[in-house]
Design a protein around this ligand. Structure first.
Ligand SMILES: [Zn+2]
Ligand SMILES: [Zn+2]
Length: 304
């Protein structure tokens, strides 16, 4: 199972009742964070998932509302006792930017590894059991959307194992180890397993204009967290100018991507009551929820 928390729901600046947009994923006790604006460590503290297990922080882009919380976050992770390396992932220029902002937090007790992406590749980046997929977004500066996949192996196939004469007492070992040597032959787990089963996918897209490529990238996600900078459809020219989305545009992406559920986030500071505009999204994609700070969901593998 995969736990997801939306740490904040604001865009541009943190508000007294709304932290900046960021997402935390928890899988097998390990944590992945996407974006880290001002105050992200405060809302994470309230959430209570801890800091020490954060193994990777991904950045969509380098506007302050998505990265300026990094020095404080890394200091707090350091205070939690972490000494293991932490990986930062983001568009090219990451190392340069982080080196700049870390001048005010030079004493971090763990190594930082950088993964700078110029052009996103088809192949996911794998950290722990997180399969991190990256796609190009369309914002005023270079920006990425992310899809986190959790894969699920196929079921153990007794018929295949019996045909290979693998004794029963080695069945769990081969699943655990991935491969074993048996009577001089190498038996790999894919020789005794069925087809991989459907896993879990969560997609995250902010800040961006809607793109056809994004609806393909997020296709069939169990949860899609997407920016809704503006609620009213009348703000379309502003959305185009500032390279953001309307609620209705996020909903259209969710519909075209055939996702199961949409959470809107990254609300403009001018929206004090996002619920006034929820119908603009729901009329297009019914299963739309307005994001709230520290809103959580646990996603499970499907039954079969
Ligand atoms: Zn933003
Ligand atoms: Zn931005």
């Amino acid at each position: 199972m995969l736990d997801i928390a939306l740490l904040g729901t604001g865009g541009m600046m943190p508000m007294p009742s709304r932290f900046l947009t960021a997402m935390m994923a928890r899988l097998n006790g390990r944590l992945l964070l996407i974006d880290c604006g001002e105050g992200t460590q405060v809302t994470l503290k309230s959430l209570g998932w801890g800091f020490k297990a954060i193994d990777v922080i991904c950045f969509t882009h380098y506007h302050a509302d998505h990265i300026s919380g990094l020095p404080g976050m890394l200091l707090t992770i350091g205070n939690s006792g972490r000494i293991e390396p932490l990986t930062l992932v983001g568009p090219s220029g990451l190392k340069h930017i982080v080196e700049g902002i870390m001048r005010i937090a030079p004493e971090i007790p763990f190594p930082i590894e950088f993964v700078e992406i110029d052009t996103p590749k088809e192949e996911p980046l794998v950290i722990n059991d997180f399969y991190i997929n990256i796609a190009q977004a369309d914002h005023t500066i270079k920006c990425f959307a992310y899809r986190i996949d959790v894969r699920r192996k196929g079921k153990f196939d007794v018929k295949k194992a019996s045909a290979l004469k693998v004794p029963r007492n080695l069945w769990s070992l081969i699943q655990r180890e991935g491969q074993i040597e048996f009577e001089g032959k190498i038996i790999t787990s894919d020789m005794v397993m069925g087809e991989p089963r459907k896993g879990i996918s969560v997609s995250y897209c902010t800040d961006s204009r809607p793109l056809n490529s994004i609806s393909k990238f997020i296709s069939n996600s169990d949860l899609f967290i997407c920016e809704g900078m503006y609620g009213e459809n009348e703000k379309k020219s502003k959305a185009i100018e500032n390279k953001h989305m309307l609620f209705s545009e996020a909903a259209k992406l969710a519909l075209e991507g055939n996702v199961s559920e949409l959470w809107l986030t990254h609300f403009s500071p001018s929206i004090s009551e996002p619920e006034l505009f929820l119908d603009n999204a729901k009329s297009i994609f019914e299963n739309t929820l307005l994001g709230e700070d520290r809103m959580c969901k646990t996603l499970f593998f499907p039954e079969k």
